[in-house]
Design a protein around this ligand. Sequence first.
Ligand SMILES: [Zn+2]
Length: 661
Amino acid sequence: MKKIRGAVVFLFLIVPWPGQGTAPEKDYPLRPVPFTQVKIRDAFWGPRLETNRRVTLPFAIKKCEETGRVDNFWKAAHRLPGPFLGKRYNDSDVYKVIEGAAYSLSLERDPELEKHLDRWIEAIAAAQEPDGYLYAARSVDPGNPPQGAGPERWSLLESSHELYNAGHLYEAAVAYFQATGKRSLLEVALKNADLLCSVFGPGLRYGYPGHQEVEVGLAKLYRLTGQAKYLDLARYFLEARGQKPFIKRFPEDSPFAIYNQDWYLQAHRPPLGQIEAVGHAVRAMYMFSGMTDVAALSGDERFSRAADRLWENVTGRKSYLTGGVGSRSEGEAFGDDYELPNATAYSETCAAIGSVLWNARLFLLHGQSEYLDVLERTLYNGLLSGVSLSGNLFFYPNPLESDGLTPFNEGAATRQPWFEVACCPTNLSRFLPSLPGYVLAQKDDALYVNLYIQCEATVRIGGQEVGLTIETLYPWRGSVRIKVKPRHPLAFGLNLRLPGWALGRPVSGGLYAYADGIHSRPSVRVNSRPQTLDVAQGFARLRRVWKKGDVVELDLPLSVRRVSARPEVKADAGKVALERGPLVYAFEAADNGGHVLDRTLPDSLDFEAVFEPELLGGVTRLASRPADGQSPLVAVPYYAWSNRGAGEMAVWLPRQKGPRR
Ligand SMILES: [Zn+2]
């Protein structure tokens, strides 16, 4: 049945929406191999994805119901009494959970889950007003909307999240249609999008979302239906932003005063003219993703040039070693260039997810592996840290240092089960099931291996089905075996990503550098024969006539690396951090006698990497070899920190003893 299901999904992906337009003329030059074609069999990711399916998703479903998020729709439909509960953007959590559940259904049938979602979709459809408007916060009691929603439809777009909710609705609707073939949620989404198209645009109402997201949602509707008006509206929202003088709408002492700051929502100037990432980091990441979509789908290079400039700023000056972005808790915002404090790092889980979504798009647009370096760094560190090993405890911010006491995580100094603003848990639950879609990509007859995750995949090259098996214990080991299985001998290119970390470059732009003088190079063998590397755009390119049974071996030398930051990053001055492969390491109290903030990490200290199957779900632990005057220093992967309660933690430690900063 699984196989049939895969075929059905594949059909939906390639057949244009019946009777409505055609597939897009322009698209990303590279295409991801659909996540339904890639079966993860990975020792690292397999258990995490299974935990997401078994724990995180059901937990998010339960929480959406317990907190009234689903009932809000029934109330909006006037089929349940009572007031709207919670935040005006709570609809979006329901949509995100549906999106994640849909990806999960695409991978594995679950009739009970599907029935459950159908009931939710019934509520959503019932809450939609006759003309397509859908915003439970207003429809429950239109004369008395919650604070921030605005007195009338679209009258307070800065803070209402009406369009933000819509974007998540569209993403959920496309995912659910592709997973089940059911049009129920898609019809709701299209009706809502058609309404937006009749309200906003040149010669119509001026406006743009206070929280970006509708742009990427509209791009997905466009790719599914081929209807240009959806792409046009996405482009309009990006072009309208910041075009007219910004109006301060809230009293300065109101809790909404942040919405008086145009930079907070990236409306200080039109996005095409922006050169620095400022303001709320999640909004920024979703906007940059939307700009990249419009660049790819319209071919308008102004959008890609603007996105590229912003990427250089974010990567070169405003990213944590963990890939996290948005260093200030005030406004959940980007700081100034090189403003990257560790203990107060905000680095929201959603911003890390947004960064992965954006960098994946930039890679598909440009074909350069440097975007995948950022993606991988974020995925294995600042994103994965957002969810506990148990799958039901979360981080909203992801700091790089903790004293174990200061409550940095919405009132706690460790992970929490849920948040009133639940964007991060629901975002994780929707992102993780889509992970298989990031492993492989294709351009003409070249296949790109982007991430080294053990899997079995089927791809179509030159009209032929080609099986591909990746075997690896990455990120714990650096050796990768790829078996290529075309039915008949077939000429095509196999492009293997050479991670920046394996080439001595943690990130492009030089914000971080290895500080240890270790030199090693990756090597590639085909059928045991060493290959001279032909490297382009960060990929080792192998082009030949492949036969069934051909084996490619990639060896990425793993060693414990010391990293330092540019001197402009004051917070990391005189300090180093440890990495091994794509993983950033952290020193935790639990492994270091209760304290780490008073420790130093001298250059002379030598580390040994040992895989510990019983520790933190199985991790490679780094322990210093005995040295004079120091008790051993132990580090664990950053993503796994705070799974043993609150305690001191540091990613960066001083190289030498000195006055405490
Ligand atoms: Zn969040």
